[in-house]
Unconditional design. Structure first.
Ligand code: 3HC
Ligand code: NAI
Length: 643
């Protein structure tokens, strides 16, 4: 039964059971609709507790219904019906009350939440606005400021914050059902509060709304839903309830049919499918209770931080005592940064460091379940590391490399039990970036592969399987993207115009400013290495700049010039002079032309990658671009955008 009713004396308990997340599909909406009628007609009932079975309270509308015509009872009508019920309803919230789930909770007269619960209106993350009074009731419940934050960011609030803002009436621990029933009994002894729709709301002045608009537009970078949500909220603060409801509904239906919403829904489901690809079958992941990282540089420290954040004890191995201390300092500075940003307390940062054992002796690894190598990008160095790992680690320990470009098969050569070897390609900063490329070799066992996917889940990462080629999925597409951007420069497009066009498309940075930030020398050295090994690698414009000492921000200039202490790029005369001979005049391109050219190049490379079996499906490529390279999520990624 999706909706069932039990009685505890004069309190009825309505239980929703619609796995996996109690989404508000038609059957559930109908079940709740009918329950209101049944309980209003039941003279023995004085109040109703609404509670959910499973891992969460109602997590929202059923997103799978969004492509189809709405079927009654419509959610806004259900929320009104709950509010108008003769018997007061109490929402008992565990897990997350999200979107339509929180709107249902706002239809109830009271909201009681477990201390571990959260509430939110994440609709903008799906390219829509709340469609069942979220923008209209929230300001009446918790004031305009809280409503604007909740709705326009889409980020949920934890129970304690929700309580302080008035979004919930009580936070409880222990047995939610018993606590909610007790709450309902007490509530019946007092006059009932007004239903939310009848409560007053005070609008801030026009200047405040303008400030919000500017701040949100800057953040949204072309995404339309957050601004449209702000319009709905302003309407709710300034106009009668019914006018605001009509406006919200019209906006919801319009955006639900938009390309941006389609793209965001696609990414939503791609993300959820990523950790469990069908081809893993029933391969069982190994249980990982401890992990080690070899190399405490940029990547090693970041990976160690990610492992510690997930609660795993970590062993960090470096070359010698001095390097061990540097590695530990790198790791500490990551946690110190988290403390500065308010993400960790001092005590938590201390505990993160306490869980790290560091040294240069591989004997420390004799009982570790998983080892991730992140030493210099040099085949000889990496092979030497794996030779030692082969001797010191347990025969069943999973051994992984974080190489960016080297062939994992060559790294693993000579390793005893190569079935437990795998590529785990993290992105910098490794404790922040969500993408994890998982690169099996032909010898990698299904169990090892499944462990890679399970590890991603433990670390909160999005796993994407990649085959072996130069750059795997992400860096290979990056190379093509940069090459195409250079082609446009050669044909006369200004560097700054290309960057501006890609920002306008939705990237945080254009291709050239991004290279200046990361340093042009990394890709240069890689090309030089390939040339040295006899490969025919054409001279790039970047090579010319690096040879002239222009490696990016760190040398005061790359594609652009930088004043000391200033990260804002200035068009560079030196760069123009260095490249002058390479540049001819081509047709003038609009920003849209530029973005189309560059994103098409990415999609073309993506198609080649699919044809070669390097990526298993188009959505994997899109996840790589969105989570590893800043492709605007609301565009769905290059493959989705190419149609
Ligand atoms: N509709 C349909 N299916 C949903 C869903 C939804 N709203 N939310 C989650 N699911 C599905 C997932 O696709 C996944 O399916 P699968 O097992 O077949 O892959 C399954 O439920 C479990 O999801 P997760 O793996 O994400 O489970 P977690 O336990 O990690 O997280 C959660 C639970 C926090 C509830 C998370 O699923 C989530 O954030 N869901 C989305 C919530 C949301 O965006 N709600 C707003 C919807 S829009 C709306 O309500 C409009 C309204 O205003 C009219
Ligand atoms: P880095 O130079 O910052 O760090 C490498 C560390 O490895 C140094 O601290 C060094 O002392 C240590 N090291 C070298 N040989 C060692 C050995 N034999 N035993 C123990 N430690 C040893 O380099 P970075 O950037 O962290 O890169 C590491 C690996 O990660 C490379 O393979 C690189 O291609 C890959 N990678 C780098 C990314 C980046 O953005 N920097 C992104 C993804 C992967």
């Amino acid at each position: 039964m999706t909706v069932s009713i039990q009685h505890e004396g004069e309190i009825a308990v309505v239980t929703v059971d619609n796995p996996p997340v109690n989404a508000l599909g038609q059957t559930l909406r109908q079940g709740l609709w009918d329950a209101v009628g049944t309980l209003d007609a039941d003279a023995s009932v004085r109040a109703v507790v609404l509670i959910c079975a499973g891992r969460t309270f109602i997590a929202g509308a059923d997103v799978t219904e969004f492509g189809k015509p709405p079927v009654p009872p419509h959610l806004p009508d259900l929320v009104d019906r709950l509010e108008q019920a003769v018997k007061p309803w109490v929402a008992a919230i565990h897990g997350s009350a999200l979107g339509g789930g929180f709107e249902v909770a706002m239809g109830c007269r009271f909201r009681v939440a477990l201390d571990s619960a959260s509430v939110g209106l994440p609709e903008v993350t799906l390219g829509i606005v709340p469609g069942a009074s979220g923008t209209v009731r929230t300001p009446r419940l918790a004031g305009v400021e809280a409503a604007v934050e909740l709705v326009t960011t889409g980020r949920p609030f934890k129970a304690a914050k929700a309580l302080s803002l008035g979004l919930v009436d009580a936070v409880v621990t222990g047995d939610l059902r018993a606590e909610a029933v007790a709450f309902a009994r007490t509530a019946l002894t007092q006059p009932l509060p007004q239903p939310i729709s009848a409560r007053p709301v005070t609008s801030p002045d026009a200047g405040w709304w303008e400030e919000q608009r500017k701040a949100i537009a800057k953040r949204a970078k072309g995404e339309i839903a957050p601004l449209r949500a702000l319009d709905c909220l302003r309407m709710a603060a300034e106009k009668p309830f019914s006018d605001a409801m009509a406006h919200e509904r019209a906006t919801f239906l319009e955006l639900r049919a938009s390309n941006q919403a389609a793209a965001l829904r696609y990414i939503f489901f791609a993300e959820r499918g990523a950790p469990k690809p069908a081809h893993l079958g029933d391969a069982k992941p190994r249980n990982i209770r401890s992990a080690a990282v070899i190399g405490g540089g940029t990547m090693g420290a970041g990976i160690a931080a990610a492992l510690r954040d997930a609660g795993l004890p970590v062993i960090l191995i470096e070359r010698d005592d001095e390097a061990v201390q540097r590695g530990l300092a790198n790791l500490r500075s990551i946690f110190d940064g988290a403390v500065k940003r308010g993400k960790l307390t001092e005590a938590q940062a201390g505990a993160r460091m306490d869980g790290v054992t560091a040294g240069s002796d591989y004997a420390l690894l004799s009982d570790t379940d998983l080892v991730i190598e992140a030493v210099f990008e040099d085949l000889t160095v990496k092979r030497a590391v794996f030779a030692q790992l082969g001797q010191t680690c347990r025969a069943d320990a999973i051994l992984a490399t974080n190489t960016s470009y080297l062939d994992p098969r060559l790294i693993a050569e000579g390793l005893p039990r190569p079935d437990r070897f795998i590529g785990l390609h993290f992105f910098s900063p490794a404790n922040v970036m969500k993408l994890l490329e998982i690169v099996p070799t032909p010898a990698t066992s299904p169990e090892t592969l499944a462990t890679g996917f399970a590890l991603a889940r433990t670390l909160g990462k999005i796993p994407v399987q990649a085959g072996i080629c130069d750059g795997f999925i992400g860096n290979r597409i990056l190379k093509r993207y940069r090459a195409e951007a250079e082609t446009l420069v050669r044909r006369g497009s200004p560097i700054a115009a290309i960057d501006a066009a890609m920002r306008a498309y939705g990237f945080a940075m254009g291709p050239f400013e991004a290279q200046d930030l990361g340093g042009l020398d990394i890709a240069f050295l890689q090309r030089e290495g390939a040339r040295a090994s006899g490969q025919d690698v054409a001279e790039t414009l970047g090579d010319i700049l690096v040879r002239a000492g222009r490696k990016g921000q760190k040398t005061g200039g790359g594609w652009y010039d930088y004043a000391p202490g200033d990260r804002s790029p200035k068009p560079s005369e030196s760069t123009a002079n260095l490249l002058a001979e390479q540049i001819s005049t081509g047709p003038a391109l609009t920003p849209e032309d530029i973005a189309t050219r560059l994103t098409k190049a990415m999609a073309d490379e993506g198609r080649a990658i699919l044809a070669e079996g390097i990526a298993l499906k188009p959505s994997d490529i899109d996840l790589v671009e969105v989570h590893g390279y800043g492709y605007p999520r609301w565009r769905g990624g290059p493959m989705f955008a190419a149609g």
